[in-house]
Design a protein around this ligand. Structure first.
Ligand SMILES: NC(=O)c1ccc[n+]([C@@H]2O[C@H](COP(=O)([O-])OP(=O)(O)OC[C@H]3O[C@@H](n4cnc5c(N)ncnc54)[C@H](OP(=O)(O)O)[C@@H]3O)[C@@H](O)[C@H]2O)c1
Length: 253
């Protein structure tokens, strides 16, 4: 008997943190997942091995999401049959060191915002091309609640970059909707990953205490929200920016 055809998904930065949890989640939901990484091949291989051990299907795909040529190659590898069902733009491609605006050179501010957008632009454009042909597809961007205002000092470049990402996603949702393609955003608050490991324990406890759900997020919390937005249960949801922050954004206490 022929094996069932799996829908194809590409998860950028799928090798670690939120992306790894998302790769595992989408694979469990039946997707063939292209697990993108930039430099750490071993981490991507580990995610692929876990997926295969659970009976799923995945491949590790190297590429810098900021480079248009790499983006094209990633989409090709993720969609070997020319069909792409899901794109999750999650890679932490724009590095930053929290810095007050007063001492942040324009070149650093510019690089942060440009890298954030370059990391999604070509991928989204190419994915939309394929998805429009098939009149079906779902794109999710990983933003941050920092887009809505500073949670800590020195976050202006990061916040501006993520706010631009949210706006890009909303415009894309309007263009993609008539083509049968949904576009949404998840906006996590603090999430426990390697990227956030340097945040002091005391601050993490403070963040947990002021969240209505009384804890900080794990990568799986964000992955579940992404999978929900990718899946058919969110079939009439597009252009949404969904906070995944245990209610921290709405709480004033
Ligand atoms: N952690 C948080 O508290 C938090 C909160 C809000 C939003 N977010 C957002 O969530 C996303 C993931 O963050 P995370 O904490 O899960 O990060 P992470 O654990 O540091 O993982 C980053 C991932 O991105 C990949 N990556 C980095 N640069 C890349 C590039 N140029 N091209 C392709 N892949 C690249 C890394 O691959 P390699 O290892 O191969 O380099 C890795 O797979 C980011 O967009 C971040 O802004 C995080």
């Amino acid at each position: 008997m022929a094996s069932p055809v799996r829908p194809n998904a590409l998860v950028t930065g799928g090798s670690r943190g939120i992306g790894a949890a998302t790769s595992l989640r989408l694979a469990a939901a039946g997707f063939r997942v292209a697990v993108n990484y930039h430099s750490n091949r071993a981490a991507a291989d580990e995610v692929v091995a876990k997926i295969e051990a659970d009976g799923g299907s995945a491949i590790a795909v190297r590429g810098d999401v900021r480079a248009a040529d790499d983006a094209a190659a990633l989409i090709e590898q993720a969609a070997p049959d020319g069909r792409l069902d899901a794109l999750v733009c999650n890679a932490a491609a724009a590095s930053f060191v929290p810095t007050p605006l007063g001492s942040l050179p324009w070149s650093d501010f510019h690089a942060k915002v440009a890298d954030e957008l370059a990391g999604v632009y070509s991928l989204a454009q190419r994915a939309l091309g394929l998805m429009a042909e098939q009149q079906h597809g779902s794109i999710v961007f990983v933003s941050s609640t920092v887009a809505d205002g500073p949670p800590a000092p020195g976050m202006a470049a990061h916040g501006t970059a993520k706010a631009a990402l949210n706006t890009f996603a909303r415009f894309l949702a309007c263009e993609a909707g008539p083509l049968g393609v949904r576009v949404n955003v998840v906006a996590p608050g603090f999430v426990r990953t390697e990227a956030s490991a340097g945040i002091p324990e005391a601050l993490q406890r403070h963040l947990a205490d002021r969240a209505p759900l009384r804890r900080v997020a794990e990568a799986e919390d964000v992955a579940r929200a992404i999978a929900m937005l990718i899946g058919d249960d969110a079939g009439f949801v597009t252009g949404a920016v969904v906070p995944v922050d245990g209610g921290s954004t709405v709480s004033r206490m």
